[in-house]
Write a protein that binds this ligand. Structure first.
Ligand code: FAD
Length: 439
């Protein structure tokens, strides 16, 4: 995994070999498409006779059963069926109808940012390069752009950016968008801003830029920054057979050049932070519990949203099992309380850390950029912190109970180091003084 600052280029590199995995060849994490995960889970459910799947059906409304004691939720489906639930699990996403029924309030904010996702096609890495198993993420002031490898020639894009830029990029010709993805990993921020404006202006004038025009614009920007056309930082002229022969010296620092996007894979989502005040419904909303995005929504910069939901489900399943073993009522508050106790703080710590990293990286203030960059470079030297971070970013074979710890440590580490470095700079003047102070 390689993560770097879009302004200063300060870089953090993580490698599976650094955390002492039992089977390092298997890597520190797996990237899997949500669709495949869902397909696998559905196939498994079909094999369980005690599970009844009701597909292609919407929950129309949920009301409280007032006739029976205990106030069980009655779930009205759009096929006319009504289900009476001892326990209703709200795994129904950000706009959760279960959360509305249970009247569980939440707090949060919009990031004024859209997440663009797409599936990218690119040539395989050359014979003298490593395989396509490195994630790349560049923190631009408008939001991070991430390249997530899926196969030797296909990778996934998650690009968070301002809504007007996201609209312009996704309305562009797919080849123009692919060129902009390459540029966003390579060009300095100033040039990217120029290119966004060119695309937006051209669209407003009714003459959207063609692929040849954007490549020409990128070429000019590369020339103005003295980027050698043989460098991995050059994307305007794609060299024929670039994957053959000895690669550019800096080729491992950047993802492969994207040549096209798979049709129909581009989508955008508004990004926000949201956390409910509680995971368990009480009073009129009793016998309900929330998991996943119904309970919490987080910025995708750390790719942790679904992972948090899966951890919720694992914990809730354990609590339900415990209650059943003891002959308890699975819908009761006492049976569900251990779930909320275990997950709420854990989720909140990680969500706050991710939010903190987002805020730290959208700043363009010179002292903040300087300080966070030195912070990152110092952090890059601490193998133990990096190992903890990698484990919580998805590494397998680990026994870390508190999954939030690594991210929290990273956010606090970068922020704290940044503050410390800045103070040292003020006190003792420059790098020499910092070294003198033992930083
Ligand atoms: C751009 C972007 C990139 C992301 N990248 C990552 C990543 O790399 N890794 C990661 O771990 N997470 C990532 N996430 C987060 C992840 O996508 C979400 O956290 C996850 O999908 C939430 O799962 P969920 O099942 O809780 O909710 P959802 O995926 O929203 O599913 C809710 C389901 O409930 C159904 N539903 C809702 N209302 C009703 C109703 N009335 N009747 C019937 N069904 C209903 C919906 O149809 C839906 O199927 C990303 C998110 C975004 C926006």
């Amino acid at each position: 995994m390689q993560v770097w600052d879009g302004i200063s280029d300060a870089r953090l590199t993580f490698s599976a070999s650094e955390i002492g995995l039992e089977r390092p060849q298997e890597g520190m994490a797996r990237l899997t498409e949500n669709l495949n995960l869902q397909r696998g889970l559905l196939r498994h459910l079909e094999k369980l006779p005690e599970v009844q799947l009701i597909d292609k059906t919407k929950v129309q409304s949920i009301i409280r059963d007032t006739e029976e004691r205990g106030g069980w939720p009655l779930v009205h489906l759009d096929n006319g069926r009504v289900l009476r639930a001892r326990l209703l699990v709200g795994a129904d996403g950000f706009n959760s109808p279960v959360r509305s029924y249970a009247q569980i309030s939440s707090f949060g904010w919009s990031y004024d940012t859209q997440g663009i996702v797409a599936t990218m096609v690119h040539p395989p890495r050359g014979a003298f390069q490593g395989p396509n198993t490195t994630c790349y993420q560049r923190f631009l002031p408008t939001g991070p752009i991430a390249f997530l490898p899926l196969s030797p020639t296909v990778s996934s894009l998650v690009w968070s950016t301002r809504p007007h830029i996201a609209s312009a990029l996704t309305a562009s010709d797919p080849d123009v968008f692919a060129s902009m993805i390459n540029a966003a990993f390579r060009l300095p921020e100033l040039s990217l801003r120029y290119l966004y404006n060119r695309i937006i202006e051209a669209q407003a004038n009714g003459t959207p830029l063609t692929h040849a025009e954007i490549q020409q614009e990128i070429l000019w920007r590369e020339q103005s920054h003295s980027i050698d056309h043989n460098s991995a930082y050059a994307s305007a002229v794609i060299q024929p057979n670039a994957d053959v022969g000895v690669p550019a010296a800096d080729s491992e620092s950047l993802p492969p050049l994207v040549t096209s996007l798979q049709p129909g894979t581009v989508a955008t989502f508004p990004l926000r932070f949201n956390h409910t005040d509680s995971y368990i419904g009480e009073g009129q909303g009793s016998r309900t519990v929330l998991v996943g995005d119904a309970a919490h929504t987080v910025h995708p910069l750390a790719g942790q949203g679904l992972n948090l939901g899966i951890a919720d489900v694992e914990c809730l399943a354990r609590c339900i099992d415990d209650a059943l073993q003891k002959g308890g009522d699975v819908g009761s508050y006492t049976a569900l309380l251990p779930y909320a106790q275990e997950r709420y703080l854990e989720n909140h710590t990680l969500m706050s850390a991710i939010d903190k990293l987002h805020k730290l990286y959208t700043s363009t203030l010179e002292p903040v950029v300087w300080a966070r960059s030195v912070g990152v470079e110092v952090l890059n030297e601490f193998d133990s912190i990096k190992a903890a971070l990698m484990m919580t970013a998805g590494a397998r074979d680990h026994k870390l109970n508190n999954a939030a710890a690594g991210w929290n440590m990273a956010a606090k580490g970068v922020e704290g180091l940044a503050a410390g470095v800045n103070a040292a700079k003020l006190l003792s003047g420059g790098i020499g003084g910092m070294i003198g102070m033992g930083l």
